[in-house]
Design a binder for this molecule. Sequence first.
Ligand SMILES: *[C@@H]1O[C@H](CO)[C@@H](O)[C@H](O)[C@H]1NC(C)=O
Ligand SMILES: *[C@@H]1O[C@H](CO)[C@@H](O)[C@H](O)[C@H]1NC(C)=O
Length: 304
Amino acid sequence: MFSSAAILFVLASFGLAQTTKNLVLTNDDGWAVAQIRAQNDALNAAGYNVVLSCPAVDKSGTGSSTATPTVLKTPCEFNTCPTGSPATGFNASDTRLNYVNAFPVDAARFGIETLAPKFFSGSKPDFVVSGPNVGNNLGSTVLISGTVGAASEAALEGIPSAAFSAATASQVSYTTLTSSPTSADSKATVIYSSLSVQLLNVLLASSTPILPAGISLNVNYPSTSSCTSASAFKFVLTRINSDPGATDVETCGTTHLPTESSVIAKSGCFATVSVFNASTKGDVNAATQGIVLAKLTSILTCSN
Ligand SMILES: *[C@@H]1O[C@H](CO)[C@@H](O)[C@H](O)[C@H]1NC(C)=O
Ligand SMILES: *[C@@H]1O[C@H](CO)[C@@H](O)[C@H](O)[C@H]1NC(C)=O
C-alpha cells in the first residue's frame, strides 16, 4: 500500500500521472481467452490504465449486432462464471476484468459508458483496443468481424480505436498462458501483445486528435511460425479492399496501397494497418490515410 502510494506521489510530482492513458480493452472471443488476457497484461506492464470489457462467451462473427445484456443461461466461457450470473459481471479479485453477456458492440459500449467513468475518475477512455482476435480479419471478413464491430462502435461514440487480429491463435482459456507458457499459441500472444503496445505507444504519443473522427484502424498480424520475436515484425500501411480505380495516399513510391490480404500472404513478417470508415467498414480517402501515415511513419515500412 505504502509503496504504491509513494509511487503515485512521485509520478504526480513529476507531472507524469497526467500522461497515463486510459484504455478500454475489448474483443469478440470472450473475456477469458488467452489473447485478451495477454494483451491486458502487456498494456498494464507498459503503464496504461486498463479496463477490460468483453463478451461473456465467444461472439465471433457477430459484426455490429447489438442487444441488451441478459442473465447467463449457460456458464461464461471456460466455466468462468456459473449459469444464472448477472448480465454484466466482474472478477471479484480484479474488478477491472469485466464480462458483458451480449455482443462485442455492447461490451465496448459498456466499457466506454459505464466502466470508464467508474475507473477513470469520470473521464472518457483515451482509446479503445479491440483484440487481438483469434484469426485474421482481412478484406470482406471485416464486415462480419465482431472485433472490427467493437472498434467501429468506439469510433462512432467518439473514442479513437483499433481492431487487432492475429494469425497464430486458438480459442483457449487464459489459464493456458501459465499452464503451457511455451506452446506456440502462448508465445504468439506475447509477441502480438507487444506489437500492439508498440503501435499504441506511437499513436497515443501523437498530437490530438489521436485519430480523425469516424474512422478506426484494422491491424492484422501474420503467423509467428517464421517470425519468432516481436522485433522481426514490421508494420505496413494497407487498404482493406482491392480498388484499382482508387487513388490512395502516396507512400512507398505509389498511390495504390497494397491490400492487407496480399501483404499478410507475403513472407517478411509484415503486420498490416488499414484505415477504415467506422460507418461503412470500407477504406477511407487518401487525405485521411495520410493523417494516419504521418502519425505512424516512425514504425511503417514498405512491403514492395
Ligand atoms: C480472477 O482474478 C484472479 C486474481 O488475479 C485470478 O487468479 C483468476 O484466475 C481470475 N479469474 C478470471 C475468470 O478472470
Ligand atoms: C464514412 O462513410 C459515410 C458514408 O459514405 C460518409 O458519409 C462519411 O463521411 C464517411 N466518414 C469518413 C470519416 O470518411
